[in-house]
Write a protein that binds this ligand. Structure first.
Ligand SMILES: *Cc1c(COP(=O)(O)O)cnc(C)c1O
Length: 226
């Protein structure tokens, strides 16, 4: 059996240690517990151990768990998967943050649905730093344009940038990708305009924190293998 509370404590320690190494204040990194493919009971166990932010990749599963766990006060759901426009309507009412805005068409749909739901919604712009054909995200040189479009739009607020870099066996090899997202943020106006950098997963979140992540998305290290 996976000991979710013990795993969670270990990841939180890992986050604190990485903050200390990087000379960053404790509490400057938010943990998004990625619960995709795991049952709602696992999310509940993590919540009971103190975790509040959860990330999901698939619209149907996202909505199902958010509804099943409505009784959990202060729980926050982030959508971190690739979002189809025809799923935006379902996702918007439950999303505290949509991390994967990567086109103007998707943005327009989120704006429309946020308007109809009568709410403001926070988003991140996903950047394809590795320029991988099979991956979602805007190319780095297009990110500024999309960030600008979000800034002009009603009902959405751009909180920062998100990256899912090319897979590397050695977490050190991921460092330049994370640094690249931070550099891009500087180019686009810095942390006043884009406070959040969502980067780092189970295998490489300490490196991502050393490179400036404000949000790490950790699944396997908390909930076990999928
Ligand atoms: C699944 C997933 C994660 C978590 O990955 P782990 O390696 O299990 O920590 C983080 N971000 C995204 C976008 C994911 O799809």
């Amino acid at each position: 059996m996976t000991d979710i509370a013990a795993n969670l404590a270990e990841v939180l320690d890992g986050i604190d240690e990485a903050c200390a190494r990087a000379g960053r204040p404790e509490g400057s990194v938010k943990l998004v517990a990625v619960s995709k493919t795991k049952p709602a009971a696992d999310v509940r166990a993590a919540y009971e151990a103190g975790q509040r932010i959860f990330g999901e990749n698939y619209a149907q599963e996202f909505v199902g768990k958010a509804e099943a766990l409505k009784d959990l006060d202060g729980i926050e759901w982030h959508f971190i998967g690739s979002l189809q426009r025809n799923k935006v309507r379902q996702v918007v009412p439950h999303a505290g943050l949509i991390q994967t805005i990567d086109s103007e068409r998707l943005l327009r749909e989120v704006v429309k649905r946020a308007g109809r739901a009568g709410r403001q919604i926070d988003v991140l712009v996903e950047v394809n730093v590795g320029r991988e054909e099979q991956k979602a995200g805007v190319l780095p040189e297009q990110a500024g344009d999309l960030v600008g479009k979000v800034a002009e739009a009603e009902g959405v607020r751009c909180r920062g940038l998100m990256v899912l870099p090319p897979f590397e066996l050695d977490p050190e090899e991921a460092r330049p990708w994370f640094a690249g997202l931070r550099t891009l943020r500087e180019k686009l106006g810095g942390e006043e305009i884009l406070p959040e950098l969502s980067m780092g997963m189970s295998a490489d979140y300490p490196v991502a924190i050393e490179e400036g992540a404000t949000m790490v998305r950790v699944g396997t290290a908390i909930f076990g293998w999928r």
